[in-house]
Ligand binder design. Structure first.
Ligand code: TRH
Length: 364
């Protein structure tokens, strides 16, 4: 399965807890092969290994009997096996048990963040911890050295790493990390016929077959470069998270998806388009609207309208071409808004720090 969101967030959080908080972290991972895309030095055969100071263990049930940590975090509705819960209940003192939830900007989140939920049979209480956009939630993951890393970023070095030519004057640089999308062909078409040169950088992944089909070729590989009209597509290899940040920093517009790349696009302080992860009964569309309501509160009505129309079209896979010109016209205003938005988000504090504080101060 080509989804990396859950391991993406957990790996980021684990490293932050080690590096910034000096904690010993054990990360249980069920799909080591997928995780290796994000953690290239990971050995998918090893039951236990250490990478970047994090102990990584393969989650296979029955789980190996290791003593639970002082804090146990179950991420994204992951169920802990009964044997592990029983071991937690036997610990003295009992571990703090956190249920780390998905990010949502919906208003109910503030009321649920931090709530306790006692286990029906065992003397254990789990607490819900929600990422979010303001101080009534747990905030978003943001490494303490992110601004410094960005300050050292060199677009030339980035281009050399990926073998990209120097930027052409007036060129629009786009990164495209998305799920399959029936609107993609229309968007590529509009870029190909547009007045402006577009260089679209597509990381290896789910959307590549659709890009290849639109160009009428049988497949595309990392390193391939293909052109039609004013559109050039270059396929990039899937890179480490820190390198993916650089891609977001380099581009004028970032198409992102899911949760973690969506957050990174906001820290990149550039215009972006969010392809939200689809849920049953279109529940994701409410999440999309809830986020847009927050994100667009500080922009002019015409810019807000251009973003709403384009994001809804992209997520619905319809009307993408018709909505692109207004969205493109809104890019300069969105670029100015991006840093204000990032500062606003930072006021909520970093999720890792908030989580550590929550465990130390708020749960007995
Ligand atoms: O992979 P995703 O679609 O993950 C999704 C969502 O998180 C969703 O909430 C979840 O339920 C579903 O998976 C199962 O998108 P996301 O969240 O952006 O994760 C991608 C990760 O991959 C992110 O950490 C950034 C990283 N990445 C790289 O490290 N290198 C790359 O080259 C690219 C393109 C991404």
């Amino acid at each position: 399965m080509d989804n990396f969101g859950d391991i993406g967030v957990c790996w980021r959080l684990a490293r932050q807890l080690v590096v910034e908080h000096g904690l010993a972290v054990r990360l249980w991972v069920d799909e080591l092969k997928s995780a290796r895309r994000l953690i290239p030095t990971l050995d998918p055969q090893a039951a236990c290994q250490h990478v970047d100071g994090v102990e990584i263990r393969h989650w296979v049930e029955p789980l190996v009997a290791v003593p639970p940590g002082e804090v146990v975090i179950a991420a994204f509705a992951g169920n802990l096996p009964d044997s592990f819960l029983t071991a937690m209940a036997r610990c003295v003192p009992r571990p703090r048990w956190i249920n780390l939830e998905y990010l949502s900007a919906e208003s109910w989140v503030a009321g649920c963040h931090g709530l306790p939920s006692p286990h029906p049979a065992l003397p254990l209480v789990q607490h819900f911890f929600f990422p979010g956009l303001d101080g009534s939630t747990g905030g978003l993951l943001r490494e303490v050295d992110l601004a410094a890393r960005r300050g050292r970023f060199s677009e030339d070095a980035f281009r050399r790493f990926f073998g990209l030519p120097p930027r052409e004057p007036g060129q629009c640089l786009v990164s495209l990390f998305s799920y399959e999308n029936p609107g993609l062909g229309e968007l590529l078409g509009i870029w190909a016929q547009g007045m402006r040169q577009v260089l679209c950088l597509v990381p290896e992944g789910r959307v590549l077959p659709e890009v290849a089909a639109w160009f009428g070729v049988s497949g595309l590989q990392p390193g391939d470069r293909i052109r039609k009209g004013n559109l050039t597509v270059t396929v990039l290899p899937f890179v480490e998270q820190s390198r993916y940040d650089e891609l977001l920093w380099a581009c004028d517009v970032n198409f992102v998806r899911g949760e973690d790349s969506f957050v990174r696009a906001q820290w990149a302080e550039a215009p972006f388009v969010w392809h939200i992860y689809a849920q049953q009964d279109d529940a994701h569309l409410e999440k999309l609207d809830a986020f847009m309501a927050h994100y667009l509160a500080g922009v002019s009505p015409s810019v807000a309208c251009a973003v709403e129309d384009f994001w809804r079209a992209w997520n619905g896979g319809e009307g993408v071409g018709a909505c692109w010109p207004a969205f493109e016209a809104a890019l300069p205003a969105l670029a100015r808004h991006a840093s204000t938005w990032s500062v606003q988000l930072q006021a909520a504090g970093d999720l890792a720090g908030n989580l550590v504080r929550f465990c130390k101060v708020e749960i007995e």
